[in-house]
Every structure is written in structure tokens, then in C-alpha cells.
Design a protein around this ligand. Structure first.
Ligand code: C2O
Ligand code: CU
Length: 468
């Protein structure tokens, strides 16, 4: 793994050559220039709509995709051309605290017309994403999220084809206009669902690949409410990385992908030309296609290498010495003082990270407004470098994808039965379930911990752990 010292030395280095792909358009940054991410509007006609919708994106197309190199210093310049203030959180990346992109906690909000430079060397390879962290229901509702791929030379040549699939629903009417992003009904239950589903902003892509080709699909669930159950037909498909982190391959059938979770899929194309492989979400009554692969072209010669990624190199928690703490996810916790404060406060134009309702809590505390005056104490106070086991106990009627910033944790066990041990930054906890995760406390700072059903996050299911 990259030691802390190596990481800091990396920060002092300068070389970088990131690439940005915005949909089909691609541009490259000059070696020493920062990669510019324009937070701006763009238009796209979404599936089932007669007219285009105005989306928020990074760059000029949707979805944006950035590729960085593991361990190489990257400079990413956020330029805010939106009317709202914003910031960028690098979801799943173990970046220095000052680069974590949480307005009021790690940086000031970046106002309209302003810029902010993010500089870090991504320590781990994998499939990540980036998004703002304030007024997130609306910002993500309008599409403000991009895919972030961290490449590792150890993976060169492992796959013939590497495709990114960004899954997101949109709350739009047939004429392309938005419906309300948030509803009390949704916020207090499983979230407010979109009306149009999409993969990369369209219907499931049809991807052609040579018979026998080794294919990698990077699947990102950037929706704010939807949970998917993965399935495949036409060929065995395995998961080779969870939330970007390599794992021993296992079949994707039945794997659940909640909001903000990612899965890297791997398969070998069937040898018979014209054969089809379909990747789908089988959660609903009707399976929803996520991608269709068609075998076409001259066949690849058989490759005997295992269809797997090089082992993840992450700080491994020591379970024998780990300290234990609990995180109770709760519904309907009432805090009359906070409630009336939320109702009575007249927020100014700049107060984007404010909520008006309180439906959820963690350990009896809620932080619905991101207001520093109303900030609860940390959910836990940890020592850098020490190992911890946290039990996340869901005392509510709904599943919650719980995300911890700045750390990659091991999912150890569940009260519901055996789990596949894997690395993650977001873990889905079912009603009445207790899930144990383990990690090594990382860099000093306050790291957000919240549900990634964004309406839950903004109505109380958010807190932070303090390392330092
Ligand atoms: Cu993906 Cu706190 O977020
Ligand atoms: Cu939740």
C-alpha cells in the first residue's frame, strides 16, 4: 500500500496526465495545467421525453468521466458556472481532509463565478464518483455527478473493453420539465423516486465486443433513491470490485447496489457471433436492462489469465485490537428544539444546505441543516492509525446505504446471516439488520457519515466521526 509518507511525498510531486471524457467528447489537459471541471448547465433529451431537459454537469456533456492515475498528483479546478454555490466531494477516495469537498466542514462553498483547486494523488485504483455536498437532493436531481476512474498500470491489458455505466433516474415529466425533487412522503420513507430510468442518460447501451473478448463494465448507481439487484443472462458475469476495490470474483446474481454504490463486472464474451449478454436490474417485477453486449467481429484468442483484478491494497484493520462502537439508524426521533428552529429560521439565499424537516437520526442525533451552530457532537472520536469495528444497527423500516467519507472499510458480518467479506465505502443496511464494518482510522479531521438516500441525509441521517 501507499504509506502515509509515500502519499505525502506524492503530494509534493507534479507529474499528471488526466483525461476527461464528457460523453463522446474528449479533451486532454496539458501536462502541467489543471484539469478544469466546469460546473455548468447542459441539455439532454432523456428517455421517454419529447423535449430536452436542462441538466447540471461537469464539462459540457452528461455524464462526465475523469480518469486519473493511481498515486499521481492531480490538480482539478472546479469552476462554478451554476447559480448556486457548490463544491466537489470525491466519493470513496481517501483524499486529504481539506480536499474532501464538504462545504462548511472542509472548505468554504464555491460561489457562482468562483473557482476551487483540488489537489491530491488518488491512493487507490478503482471506480469512484464525484458530486457536490450541499443542496444535494436538487443538485444530484439535476444530474450533478461524474464518474471518476483511477487507473493502475497493474491492470493494463487485462481487459479488451472497459465501459462505464452510470445509472440514474430523473424526476421529469414527458415535456422534460422537472417534478419536485423532494417530497415529505419520500423523504420520510424510501426516498422520492424518479419517473424516467437511464443508463448514461439514455436507454441501456448496446455494446459490441469481439467473441471471446474480456469485458469490464464499471457500474455506478448515482441515483439518490434506487436500490438495484443485479442479474445477467447469456454468460456468467462476475463482480471483480466492490465500490472500486478489487475482490475475489463472485457471481453478480442477487448482488444489491444501493445509491452511491459501484460494482465492476467482468465477463468473457460468448464465442458464437451474434450472441447476446444482458446485464439487468431484477429488483422490480420486470427486469430492467442496464446493458446489452453483442458478440461481433473477429474472435479473440483464448486468454487463460484469471478474470480478476490485482488484490486491493488498503489499510487492514486489526480485529484483535479493534475498538468497538455502534451507529443506530433511527426514524421519527423528535428533537422539539431542533424542529422549531428548522421551522422558524428564515434562511437567506446563500443557505443552500438547509432542511426544513427532520425525519431521521443516528445515535439520537440529527444534523439536518449543515449549520455549524447546530452541529451535534461527533458520532465517535477515533485515533489515527487505530483499528475500529462499527456496528450499524438499522432500527427503521427502510434500507439505508451508509457512507463514510475518507475511509475504505471491510464489511465483516450481518445479523441476517453470512456475508461476503468485501471492501466498501457505502454499505446497504436492511430494516432490522445489524452490519459490522471494520477500518483503520485515517487522516485527522471530521469525516461525514450519512445515508446516501439523499433525502434521508438531508432530513437528519447524517453525522460525522472525528479522527485526530
Ligand atoms: Cu457520496 Cu457524503 O457522499
Ligand atoms: Cu437512508
Amino acid at each position: 500500500m501507499v504509506s502515509r509518507r509515500g502519499f505525502m511525498a506524492g503530494l509534493a510531486g507534479a507529474a499528471m496526465l488526466p483525461r476527461v471524457l464528457g460523453g463522446s467528447r474528449a479533451w486532454a489537459a496539458a501536462p502541467s495545467a489543471p484539469l478544469v471541471l466546469n460546473a455548468a448547465e447542459t441539455t439532454l433529451t432523456l428517455p421517454g421525453c419529447q423535449r430536452p431537459t436542462t441538466l447540471w454537469t461537469y464539462g459540457d456533456a452528461w455524464p462526465a468521466e475523469i480518469r486519473l492515475k493511481r498515486g499521481e498528483m492531480a490538480h482539478l479546478l472546479l469552476r462554478n458556472q451554476l447559480k448556486d454555490h457548490t463544491a466537489i466531494h470525491w466519493h470513496g477516495l481517501r483524499v486529504p481532509h481539506a480536499m474532501d469537498g464538504v462545504p462548511y466542514v472542509t472548505q468554504d462553498p464555491v460561489k457562482h463565478g468562483e473557482e476551487f483547486m483540488y489537489s491530491f494523488a488518488p491512493p487507490d485504483p478503482g471506480t469512484f464518483f464525484f458530486h457536490p455536498h450541499c443542496n444535494t437532493v436538487e443538485a444530484l436531481g439535476r444530474g450533478l455527478a461524474g464518474a471518476l476512474i483511477v487507473e493502475d498500470p497493474r491492470e493494463d491489458g487485462l481487459f479488451d473493453l472497459d465501459r462505464t455505466l452510470v445509472v440514474k433516474d430523473w424526476r421529469v415529466a414527458g415535456d422534460g420539465s422537472y417534478l419536485s425533487f423532494m417530497t415529505d412522503r419520500g423523504a420520510a420513507r424510501a426516498g422520492t423516486f424518479g419517473t424516467r430510468r437511464s443508463v448514461n442518460g439514455a436507454t441501456a447501451p448496446v455494446i459490441t465486443a469481439p467473441p471471446g473478448a474480456r469485458v469490464r463494465l464499471r457500474l455506478l448507481n448515482v441515483d439518490t433513491s434506487r436500490i438495484m439487484t443485479l442479474g445477467a443472462a447469456g454468460a456468467p458475469v462476475s463482480i471483480v470490485a466492490t465500490d472500486g476495490n478489487a475482490c475475489p470474483p463472485f457471481t453478480l446474481d442477487g448482488w444489491r447496489l444501493g445509491p452511491a454504490m459501484r460494482a465492476d463486472l467482468a465477463l468473457v464474451m460468448p464465442v458464437r457471433p451474434g450472441s447476446r449478454v444482458e446485464i439487468r436490474d431484477t429488483w422490480g417485477q420486470e427486469p430492467f436492462p442496464l446493458a446489452v453486449l453483442v458478440a461481433e467481429g473477429s474472435p479473440r484468442t483464448a486468454d487463460r489469465r484469471a478474470l480478476a483484478l490485482p488484490k486491493a491494497e488498503l489499510p487492514r484493520p486489526d480485529l484483535k485490537t479493534a475498538e468497538f462502537f455502534t451507529l443506530s439508524l433511527q426514524a421519527g426521533v423528535s428533537d422539539p428544539a431542533l424542529d422549531s428552529w428548522l421551522k422558524e429560521n428564515r434562511f437567506g439565499d446563500d443557505a443552500l444546505c438547509r432542511a426544513e424537516r427532520l425525519f431521521w437520526a443516528i445515535n439520537n442525533k440529527a444534523w439536518p441543516a449543515m449549520d455549524m451552530d447546530k452541529r451535534p457532537p461527533p458520532l465517535a472520536e477515533l485515533t489515527p492509525g487505530r483499528s475500529y469495528v462499527a456496528e450499524i444497527a438499522n432500527h427503521t423500516q427502510h434500507p439505508h446505504p451508509i457512507h463514510l467519507h475518507g475511509h475504505t472499510f471491510q464489511v465483516l458480518s450481518s445479523s441476517r446471516g453470512p456475508v461476503r467479506a468485501h471492501w466498501a465505502d457505502t454499505v446497504l443496511v436492511a430494516p432490522d439488520e445489524r452490519v459490522r464494518i471494520a477500518f483503520v482510522a485515517g487522516q485527522p479531521g471530521d469525516w461525514m457519515l450519512h445515508c446516501h438516500i439523499i433525502e434521508h441525509q438531508e432530513t437528519g441521517m447524517m453525522g460525522y466521526i472525528r479522527v485526530g
